[in-house]
Design a protein around this ligand. Structure first.
Ligand code: HDD
Length: 761
């Protein structure tokens, strides 16, 4: 029995247990509510923290545990107390001079409670404010030991990790499925100190030099006067900036592609973006680019779906990650590296490795797997962990070094700096989620939120008073020694290398690597975003940029905007596509896919239960949709718990929709004319419009749909031809599921999307 099945069974069991014995069959009169749970009267200890999530103890140089216990601020004991540990006997009434009297200033508990509440919020991250995170483990394959001395990359070494995914532009309370880049930041708690890999789901960046980062962020954030629009780039200031600043073209094109609207955090690739330098045990070096490859494949939403979900379930990605982990379907990614020689030019196959707006196609440098990441623990407390985690690209371990990418250089400054405002001082490394699992023996002292009680009298070097401690470590003692890379400086300048001015070759590479349907999505995305702009000059300038990527793309977007398509100003070089960039035309594991099983009144419930179990056996997630909450009952069969009702379900959360023999108008579940209808020619009851909506939406979004029994009639009522691509009908539910599963491996029924009739490539 797989973990997903166990949890789903448990959910069904709980739903069943919550029903009173005399629960009516569905549909029918609402069941009487179960009695309200009384408040417990016996003191009970608070819930224990989840396994493996307690902060490591901070050990001083003398081996003594510093100060208070790591979890001293968490909850202990059975009784409610003040922050000082004094037990309270009332927390519902302020201390007053008589029941109607004025509240007394001496009420310390009132003041403590309100004052603390008044200060509960901290500044949200200036970018990447909205995110979700999980604990996990990274197990190294040992394949990187020849190029990197980092201890955590040695064979079978397991390293605890914490991974935070995020959108970039939106505020903390914004929606998950907006069109945006996603952050993919990983904290490895290695034995040699913390290593942070602070990447994105897009392998290139908007700007080549960190000094431009405030510009691109100011342009992309909401307008300063109205503070709209929230969490999106579809507005004038963004397009003004990126059309004037054409090095952003490549990243913008990725954002307008399906990569800008991932299906799930679990189905995103991740990229370190910059080129890093790895150092082996002998001091030899290579240059690398980091890649995360999701085991479930790379999948995206379609734009209408993303927009609808942003309203229906703004927490869609956060919920998906949490539910997957909670149910035991642990998301996995392989970490891999593309490896390049570390020579003076730092150029590979003509591609400047220091330019963060460029990729190296996988066909030229394959991604070589070095380990497996498994996320297996949800946070215990969102604020303590997800909000307070502080990443920094400069958190490096011996064997991993930076290059002179000018974007990376600015990041190395920015991330430390931002935490000081965000986390209220320089001691954020002592917050449990940020604590290294390696012994700490620094000479950093005092400051706001200092939790450590440091021993010794000589936090300076050299000293004799603390016996000269602590000591420096050489390479043999795992000391971090920067690689002595030669610097060929020609004088101080504010300039970029000439190669950085090629802004169009790689956007053309990306465009030419897309399948026809992906190109259509890109055209639609540009047309949508520019259609939301008001400034004519911004639209016209962006069309000129598009003309330099591809004339067809430009012409189509221009047509959508009702503007003439301009001529290109750049020479469009022929370029070999990189098939690895496309998400279409490949098949992926179907584990974790969500199948909506829809049961109308009188549906084939026994068949539905059989299919539900078959979905579980295939490691997919069945969600049973019924007319009302409760359970679906059929004489002599086990009741089937309803997980979504017609009122709460939309096809958006399913990857496929199956109808359990939904009777069509005037037909029973076997497709025979319903005897109860009396006159066979009598007008039939219409299919529930919410089923029709589910089907038409699933259809439009390229999802597999089908069913057994008379399901075809309901599809027909929704305008879906039985012989259309991605429709599976049959007599036997399990056969139908087999057909649906084959379709799910391709993620969507791509033929259903209109593809461009022609393209310049
Ligand atoms: Fe950044 C956060 C990724 C360029 C300045 N960045 C942040 C996060 C991610 C990235 C994933 C969220 C971390 C978390 O979950 O807490 N950033 C990137 C990537 C970049 C990049 C992949 C380019 C390759 N960033 C970048 C530049 C600068 C910053 C050029 C500044 C010069 N980024 C920040 C920041 C943030 C941040 C302001 C906001 C919150 C934080 O750091 O902790 O310092």
């Amino acid at each position: 029995q797989g973990p997903v099945k166990k949890i789903v069974d448990k959910v069904a069991e709980l739903a069943e247990a919550a029903l009173p014995d005399d629960s009516p069959e569905v549909p029918g009169a609402p069941a009487p509510r179960p009695p309200t749970l009384a408040e417990p009267v016996e003191p009970a200890d608070p819930l224990p923290p989840k396994q493996d999530q307690e902060a490591p103890a901070v050990v001083s140089a003398t081996g003594r545990t510093d100060g208070a216990e790591a979890d001293a601020r968490s909850q202990h004991g059975a009784y409610l107390t003040t922050a000082q540990g004094t037990r309270l006997h009332d927390s519902d009434h302020s201390l007053k001079a008589g029941p109607r009297g004025p509240v007394l200033l001496q009420d310390h508990h009132l003041r403590e409670k309100i004052t603390h509440f008044d200060h509960e919020r901290i500044p949200e991250r200036v970018v990447h404010a909205r995110g979700a995170a999980a604990h996990g483990v990274f197990r190294a394959y040992g394949t990187a030991t020849g190029i990197c001395r980092a201890a955590f990359l040695a064979e079978d070494v397991e390293t605890p990790v914490f991974v935070r995914f995020s959108t970039v532009l939106g505020s903390r309370g914004s929606a998950d499925t907006v069109r945006d880049t996603r952050g993919f930041a990983t904290k490895f708690y290695t034995t040699e100190g913390v290593f942070d890999l602070v990447g994105n789901n897009i392998p290139v960046f908007f700007v080549q030099d960190a000094i431009k980062f405030p510009d691109v962020v100011h342009a992309a954030k909401p307008h300063p006067d109205r503070e709209i629009p929230q969490a999106q780039s579809a507005h004038d200031t963004f397009w003004d900036f990126v059309s004037l600043h054409t090095e952003a073209t490549h990243h913008t094109l990725w954002n307008m592609s399906d990569r800008g609207i991932p299906r799930s955090y679990r189905t995103m690739e991740g990229f370190g973006v910059h080129t890093f330098r790895l150092v082996d045990a002998e001091g030899g070096t290579v240059l690398v680019k980091w890649h995360w490859k999701p085991k479930l494949g790379v999948h995206s939403l379609v734009w209408e779906e993303a927009q609808l979900i942003a309203g229906l379930d703004p927490d869609f990605h956060r919920r998906d990650l949490y539910d997957a982990i909670e149910s035991g379907a642990f998301p996995e990614w392989e970490l891999g590296v593309q490896v390049f020689p570390d020579n003076e030019e730092q150029v590979f196959e003509g591609i400047d490795l220091l330019d963060p707006t460029k990729i190296v196609p996988e066909e030229l440098a394959p991604v070589q797997p070095v380990g497996l990441l498994t996320l297996n623990g949800n946070p215990t407390n969102f604020f303590a962990e997800v909000e307070q985690v502080a990443f920094h690209p400069g958190h490096l371990v011996p064997g991993i070094d930076v290059t002179d990418d000018p974007l990376l250089a600015g990041r190395l400054f920015s991330y430390l700096d931002t935490q000081i405002t965000r986390l209220g001082g320089p001691n954020f490394a002592q917050i449990p989620i940020n604590r290294t699992h390696a012994p700490v023996n620094d000479m950093l002292r005092d400051g706001f939120h200092q939790d450590a009680v440091h021993g010794g009298v000589a936090p300076y070097k050299p000293n004799s008073l603390d016996g000269g401690c602590p000591f420096f470590a050489g390479a043999g003692e795992h000391g971090y020694i920067e690689h002595p890379t030669p610097i060929a400086a020609t004088g101080k300048v504010r300039e970029a290398p000439v190669s950085f001015s090629d802004h169009f070759t790689q956007p053309r590479l990306f465009w030419s690597s897309m399948s026809p349907v992906e190109r259509e999505h890109i055209i639609a995305a540009y047309t949508f975003e520019l259609g939301k702009c008001y400034e004519q000059a911004v639209k016209e300038r962006t069309l000129k940029v598009l003309a330099n990527i591809d004339p067809y793309l430009c012409a189509q977007v221009a047509q959508g905007l009702g503007l003439p398509a301009p001529e290109r100003s750049e020479h469009l070089a022929d370029i070999a596509p990189s098939p690895a960039l496309s998400q279409v035309g490949r098949t992926w594991p179907t584990a974790g896919r969500v199948v909506g099983l829809v049961a109308a009144p009188d549906a084939d419930l026994a068949g539905l239960d059989t299919v539900r179990r078959a979905v579980l056996d295939a490691d997919m997630v069945p969600l049973v949709v019924g007319p009302t909450g409760g359970a679906l009952r059929v004489d002599g069969e086990e009741p089937v718990a309803v997980q979504r009702t017609f009122a709460t379900a939309r096809s958006l959360e399913f990857d496929a929709v199956l109808l359990a023999g939904v009777p069509a108008p005037g037909l029973d579940a076997d497709g025979a004319r319903d005897a109860k209808a009396g006159n066979p020619a009598a007008p039939a009851a219409p299919v529930d419009p919410r089923i029709t909506l589910m089907l038409t939406e699933a259809w439009r979004h390229g999802k597999a749909v089908g069913g057994w029994g008379a399901a075809g009639q309901a599809l027909e009522a929704a305008g879906i031809p039985a012989d259309a691509p991605g429709v599976v009908l049959g007599d036997d539910g399990e056969d139908v599921l087999a057909g649906i599963t084959t379709l799910l491996a391709a993620h969507r029924v791509w033929e259903r999307f209109p593809a461009p009739p022609e393209s310049s490539d």
